[in-house]
Design a protein around this ligand. Structure first.
Ligand SMILES: Cc1cc2nc3c(=O)[nH]c(=O)nc-3n(C[C@H](O)[C@H](O)[C@H](O)COP(=O)(O)OP(=O)(O)OC[C@H]3O[C@@H](n4cnc5c(N)ncnc54)[C@H](O)[C@@H]3O)c2cc1C
Length: 408
């Protein structure tokens, strides 16, 4: 491709930043313009609920590339300015009232937090966590003794609950359903995590809805459905995210729970690609489309799509469906998708020393979790990828070498 060729990327975060890197690594010489709504150069989000809160640090602790990377690799950046619209016929994007031309466009616009529609949810003291600036503001507010209400018992809520507790705060988690991490793990794993959090002093309330937040000039208390009220200085809401796909929809691209792409990352417009949290991609393994909200997918799909946009030999991307979460000293890893299973097998005693859980459907292993047992994830992943039909006794026995079983 000639040096006068031009690629525009909307979304300067993980998927967009990795795509840039892949384009230059593949030898692309043309113009790259990275446009970001946030004012920061690309950074990684996982530490925002974990180490950045408990250990401190600024942008340099989470940045994707060193700041001089962009100049060295001739990547132009336009930050603090969202892409407002796309004109696919003219092949331009509109930013701050001006039209910018592209030959190819990557949409890596990710997702934004879902807001809680409760009375009082706009009081000062209410927080959401998605961006670096959100993380800094939460960290400042998590002073020892602060009373913190965390709304939502998913990964983000539980990670921030653990971090707040580590900073000496009084923490209550309010979860509307009867289990933690209900979309991702089996009820017994959720129950194990509830007990673990409680043992560290986190008050976990299951089946508890927020009726309203109250306070005179700032947040002072939260009232649950049913009337119970307790004081809080800070509330952090983690109830899911919404893909930033509006500009794609308005431009006429196919959008259905995110921007629909093929296995190469191409949207319904041949000049536009998408990657990361905003992309709804096919999974051969699952036989359906899905939109992933994970670090590894943003990393690998961003890289694959960046390469595909500039290369004659394109390759499909299929995610291996791996996610992790760190809460206190517990590392949870998940491989595969734990829905539609009909049996569960435990491997090892359920303690912080380490154990695993297999999810079976029709006798085949379709997903697994490890809890402080990351060292076994490689062999467990092979079992899941092979949809292996192994006896529950073999799976349950920690002395059985899973790798050998798969080979045999
Ligand atoms: C606190 C936190 C902890 C996490 N921890 C884990 C973890 O432990 N394990 C794990 O697997 N995953 C984790 N994740 C998820 C992981 O970070 C995301 O999946 C990943 O960040 C997705 O990257 P992305 O580039 O696709 O999208 P995003 O990170 O959402 O970035 C999209 C960027 O595009 C910008 N943008 C949006 N619209 C426009 C526009 N119109 N024009 C220009 N720019 C725009 C946004 O402002 C944003 O900067 C965590 C996420 C958070 C928030």
């Amino acid at each position: 491709m000639s040096g006068s060729d031009s690629i525009v990327i909307a979304g300067a975060a993980q998927a967009g930043g990795r795509a840039v890197q892949a384009m230059r690594s593949a030898g692309y010489e043309g113009r790259i313009l990275l446009i970001g709504e946030e004012t920061w150069l690309p950074y990684e989000r996982p530490p925002l609920s974990k180490a950045l809160i408990t250990e401190g640090g600024g942008h340099e602790a989470v940045h994707l590339h060193a700041p001089d990377y962009y100049e060295t690799h001739r990547v132009e950046t336009l930050l603090g300015a969202p892409v407002e619209s796309i004109d696919p016929a003219a092949r331009t994007v509109r930013v701050d009232g001006a039209d910018i031309a592209y030959d190819r466009l990557l949409l890596a616009t990710g997702a934004r937090v879902r807001r809680l529609p409760a009375p009082g949810a706009d009081l000062p003291g209410m927080r959401y966590l998605r961006t670096l600036d959100d993380s800094f503001a939460i960290r400042d507010a998590l002073v020892p003794g602060a009373r913190v209400a965390v709304v939502g018992g998913g990964f983000i809520g539980l990670e921030i609950a653990a971090s707040a507790r580590k900073r000496g705060c009084e923490v209550t988690v309010i979860e509307a359903t009867d289990r933690l991490m209900g979309r991702a793990v089996a009820p017994e794993i959720g129950a194990w995590f509830a007990a673990m959090h409680r043992s560290k002093g986190v008050d976990i309330r299951l089946g508890a809805g927020v009726e309203r937040f109250g306070g005179t000039d700032k947040l002072e208390h939260v009232t649950l459905v049913g009337g119970e009220e307790f004081p809080c200085d800070l509330a952090i809401v983690g109830i899911g995210i919404i893909p930033n796909s509006e500009i794609a929809l308005e431009a006429g691209l196919t959008v259905e729970n995110g921007i629909v792409v093929d296995s190469h990352g191409r949207t319904s417009d041949p000049h536009i690609w998408a990657a990361g949290d905003v992309a709804n991609q096919p999974s051969v393994l699952l036989g359906r489309n899905l939109r992933l909200e994970s670090y590894e997918n943003a990393q690998n799909q961003g890289t694959a799509v960046g390469r595909n946009m500039v290369s004659d030999e394109t390759k499909p991307h299929e995610d291996r469906l791996w996610v992790w979460s760190d809460q206190f000293d517990v590392n949870l890893q998940m491989i595969g998708v734990a829905d539609g299973y009909d049996a569960i097998v435990h491997r090892g005693e359920p303690t912080e020393e380490g154990f695993a859980v297999f999810y079976l459907a029709g006798g085949k292993v379709v997903a697994a979790n490890t809890i402080n047992l990351g060292r076994e994830m490689r062999s467990i992943e092979r079992v899941v990828a092979a949809r292996a039909e192994l006896s529950p006794d073999q799976l349950a026995d920690p002395s059985v070498n899973l790798r050998k079983l798969i080979r045999g």
